[in-house]
Design a protein around this ligand. Sequence first.
Ligand code: TRP
Length: 327
Amino acid sequence: MKKTILTGDRPTGKLHLGHYVGSLQSRVALQHEYDTFIIIADVQALTTNWDNPDQLAGDLHEVAMDYLAVGIDPSVATIFVQSMVPQIAELTIFYSMFVPVNVLRHNPTIKTEAAQKGYNDMNYGFLGYPVSQAADITFCKAHLVPVGKDQAPHLELTRQIARRFNSLYGEVLVEPDAMIQPLLKGLDGNTKMSKSIGNAIYLSDPADEVLRKVKTAVTDPARIRKDDPGHPKVCTVFAYQKEFNKSFAPELEKICKKGEIGCVECKKRLAAALNEMLEPIREKRTYYESHLDEVDDILQAGTQRAISVGAQTLAEVKEAMKIDYFG
Ligand code: TRP
């Protein structure tokens, strides 16, 4: 029996290189080895976008097309829509009975996001989304969750919920392992590439846009002239080179430190490497953009499977919780 992976994204628009490094890459690599579930977390997107539901349908399709374009194979991986799996909502309610509010208040990712959004009076759904995320992960009894570092607190809560449930009501849930990936820096050198910060290169950006954005990336601030010695350690462009131009990075590190390559040349080489990687992704995406009915079929079939898996888990959960009144 294969072990199970669950991971996914909030549909808030097109996916970027941070998603690629943080999670998409490992999903593609592991999809044959694991029974892979990928959630498009539209309910979670509403925790910050509740006032803009018009955007949801479009964003959901963007994310689905990015998944397919990077090589997630719907014949082995189950891509599904969170709001269409009612069992996830039901599990969220049951788990919420034994999650202390203070644990949620102290969640560092919630705190950072709330500060970024300027929330001083948090909505209940936003504060509680890590509980809903625990339901996303446990409804299919996932063993492994590949996610970026910012998701680690949510994974820790999921593990606590699984343990607590099992000790309160009996062994039903699987305690998942996190597979934490490093966060990719944004073009501005900020520690996280993020749509809301506006420092991202999208998987679907055309080649000239990739080059234009790479040119704006911050480099070593101590380097003024082309032949000044560089400090790759503090350079965002070097961080990208290490990730996306692996064979060139060791040589680059040497020649940058000696001031033998200028930032302009280095950026050109990075953009070329990125475009080589992104070209086949863009090509596949273009196909799906003109075959949206195929995308919809994939999402609906995936969601049907998620519902049947969820129904099984929910039945076990209810039985363990003695929610079974009429024999
Ligand atoms: N919180 C994740 C993000 O912001 C998205 C997400 C929702 C998720 N449910 C999940 C990730 C379950 C992993 C597992 O990117």
